[in-house]
Design a protein around this ligand. Structure first.
Ligand code: PMP
Length: 338
């Protein structure tokens, strides 16, 4: 019989898929590492396992303990799955702007979710930061992974994502492109690929325009999961050779093309990373192999990036383009009916 002992044995070893249509006219090979094949649907399953196993080994997390983390997204799902399989309880703290669908996913996996008001100052006792700190202090056996400062976050990529890419490309990878959020993916994977290639592999970060990594101040942008307004310690500034800033509009238009033209229903940070990868690949030749990491699936963004009205409201659909025209027709029909 061929089977796995538990769902967490399926984390990692995600496939590499060539990008064809969106990379037309580019002579380099552009490959995507598709992380939605992880059981929790994102790259964050990798860090969840490693952070939890390191905390078990150090004694920071004891049998029956509680994991407390301020997260609403992919990291929460990864932690929730690993925690339930290993018998831990999870409490996640999220701001009230998070969609009920995302909160319900975490609850479906058995986690407790505490929702905090967004409209209060960080020093207010009900703020996201204060509530999670208080929960850690007041919950017996609580442990906070803190993906932004936990060295096991980049280490998970040094020990899994990096070696997988080196092996899958038979050492022929020349460029690695990834979005930067906590910085764990680019720092760990990038460091491994540089070590394995004697420094030959170039590492490129993709960043939303306005975020600190590409020289901004943290100005708001809509791409989720990437960009910051501070410098996390999980990010090793010595790894990336270049940071490419990408606009929300370019990120979301590419995200939609990946679904329509490559059959890849992925999230907005994936579109962003592909825009950066193609900008790099345009400068390269036929011997170059560019790998871009796609962190999650598009299922979590159906009412935003994959919703024409939402795209149109933000001016992300091209004026006069077929999708923009379709929205106008729907709006006119709506007006006639009311
Ligand atoms: N994209 C998405 C959707 C994410 O959730 C994250 C993680 N915050 C990233 C990209 C960036 O990965 P990292 O935190 O490893 O820099």
């Amino acid at each position: 019989m061929r089977y796995h002992e538990s769902i967490i044995d399926l984390v990692g070893n995600t496939p590499l898929v060539r990008l064809n249509k969106v990379a037309e006219g580019i002579s380099a090979t552009v490959l995507a590492k598709v992380e939605y094949f992880n059981p929790g649907g994102s790259v964050k399953d990798r860090i969840a396992i490693r952070m939890i196993e390191a905390a078990e080994a150090s004694g920071a997390l004891k049998p029956g303990g509680t994991i407390v983390e301020p997260t609403s997204g992919n990291t929460g799902v990864g932690l929730a799955i690993v925690a339930q399989q290993k018998g831990y309880h999870c409490i996640f703290v999220c701001p009230d702007k998070v969609s009920t669908d995302k909160i319900n996913v975490l609850r479906a996996y058995g986690a407790e979710v505490v929702v905090c008001p967004t409209a209060v100052a960080p020093e207010h006792p009900d703020s996201y930061y204060n509530v999670s700190d208080r929960l850690v202090r007041e919950t017996p056996g609580a442990w906070k992974p803190d993906q932004y400062s936990n060295p096991e976050n980049p280490a998970s990529h040094y020990h899994s994502t990096g070696p997988e890419l080196w092996d899958q490309t038979e050492g022929r990878i020349t460029h690695f492109v990834a979005g930067v959020g906590t910085g764990g993916t680019i720092s760990g994977t990038g460091r491994y690929l540089k070590d394995a290639s004697g420094g030959a592999v170039k590492v490129i970060g993709a960043d939303p325009e306005g975020s600190v990594y590409s020289g901004g101040t943290g100005r708001p942008y809509l791409v989720e999961g990437v960009g910051e307004d501070f410098w996390p310690t999980a990010y090793d500034r010595s790894v990336a050779d270049e940071i490419v800033p990408v606009s929300d509009k370019d990120s979301f238009q590419m995200t939609r093309r990946l679904a329509k033209e490559e059959g890849l229903l992925v999230g907005g940070s994936c579109g962003m990373a592909v825009v950066a990868a193609l900008r790099v690949a345009e400068r390269l030749g036929p011997d170059d192999v560019v790998v871009v990491l796609l962190p999650d699936s598009g299922r979590g963004y159906l009412s935003k990036i994959f919703n024409n009205e939402w795209m149109q409201d933000y001016g992300f659909l091209d004026e006069g383009g077929t999708e923009a025209v379709a929205v106008d027709v729907l709006a006119r029909k709506d007006a006639q009916e009311h």
